[in-house]
Design a protein around this ligand. Structure first.
Ligand code: AP5
Length: 199
């Protein structure tokens, strides 16, 4: 099963992809996580992309496509995968050339997206996503706030979503693979709606 999750920043792609991965036993591949790993390692790619990510800009498609392609070539993707945050525009869709069984669009208004991102914390060790006042991850890891969850970067990411990713959603609608889900509901309600739309 090849599942694509689309939606604005803060719509819950990462949260839901982790739950889907556990339910269906297929890997969750997040373009943002792959890039953040490079930044944490301070690799040449990581040093190259860090400032762009912090400012909420898109990373050049050649770099991200190559990373995603390499990840998809690993054995654990042979039964399927959940792609989160890639492709993000028409150019990337064409470069990757993968056909999805279903593309799920998580629909959320910008004001709610900004409220969620402002409260998001993530574990430095395992990557688990939290909202609210949690002080520490259940694995014992420290929680941190992403640098691109600051107001100017959030606005930039939302602008890019509406400009570049909306046309992609229209593409999957015309193709007949698109399912839309109201992402403003609680996590479990959104999860149940995604599972229904996939089955
Ligand atoms: P990426 O990490 O993919 O960021 P994003 O797409 O902006 O999405 P987010 O991770 O911010 O949000 P999400 O939808 O996953 O929401 P989450 O589950 O965390 O990309 C980061 C950067 O990497 C990009 O800006 C770009 O620089 C680069 N990049 C990535 N892909 C690229 C590409 N293809 N091309 C070029 N550059 C690329 O939830 C958010 C918060 O809400 C959390 O606190 C969570 O607990 C909470 N929450 C989730 N669901 C609910 C709910 N139902 N109710 C209440 N709270 C909820």
């Amino acid at each position: 099963m090849r599942i694509l999750l689309l939606g604005p920043p803060g719509s819950g792609k990462g949260t839901q992809a982790a739950m889907l991965s556990e339910k269906f036993g297929i890997p969750h591949i997040s373009a943002g996580d792959l890039l953040r790993e490079e930044v944490a390692k301070k690799s040449a790619t990581g040093r190259n992309v860090e400032a762009m990510m912090n400012a909420g800009k898109l990373i050049p498609s050649e770099i991200v496509t190559e990373m995603v392609r390499q990840r998809l070539s690993k054995n654990d993707c042979s039964r399927g995968f959940i792609l989160d945050g890639f492709p993000r525009n028409t150019e990337q869709r064409e470069m990757l050339g993968v056909k999805f069984d279903v593309a799920v669009s998580l629909e959320l208004e910008d004001t709610l997206a900004i409220a969620r991102l402002s409260g998001r914390r993530q574990c430095l060790d395992c990557g688990k996503i939290y909202s609210g006042d949690a002080a520490e991850c259940e694995c014992g890891g420290k929680l941190y706030q992403r640098k691109d969850d600051k107001p100017a970067a959030m606005r930039e990411r939302l602008k890019i979503f509406h400009r570049d990713t909306r046309p992609l959603i229209d593409f999957y609608r015309k193709e007949g693979t698109l399912k839309t889900v109201d992402a403003s509901k609680g996590v479990d309600i959104v999860f149940a709606a995604i599972c229904r739309s996939i089955q």
